[in-house]
Design a protein around this ligand. Structure first.
Ligand code: SF4
Length: 94
């Protein structure tokens, strides 16, 4: 799981992530090349099947994760999600 590769405080949901056995590189595409876009799309596909997607996205927003794919969202996507989250305190629309 991508998050286990970092020295972050572990939360119970992390062990249930669909990315536990996935290629970590997929979740951290670099740049905007076709390869990076393909990696990003593949990571999002994994996230879309993940049972802890909302927990993951909420965690990324709450802890200001600013790189990689978390909860099916890229860094740029999380910026707008974060703005809405700060206003409403909820991720229900995502
Ligand atoms: S939502 Fe994506 S990044 Fe988050 S735990 Fe699930 S598969 Fe991993």
């Amino acid at each position: 799981m991508q998050i286990l590769n970092f020295d972050l405080e572990q939360e119970a949901w992390m062990e249930e992530g669909s990315c536990v056995y996935a290629n970590t590189e997929l979740f951290f595409p670099v740049g905007s090349s076709m390869k990076a876009i393909k990696q990003s799309n593949e990571a999002k596909a994994v996230c879309n099947e993940c049972v802890v997607k909302v927990d993951c996205l909420e965690y990324a927003i709450r802890t200001n994760q600013d790189s990689g794919i978390w909860g099916g969202a890229t860094e740029e996507e999380r910026k707008s999600i974060r703005r809405e989250y700060r206003k409403s305190g909820s991720l229900l629309n995502f």
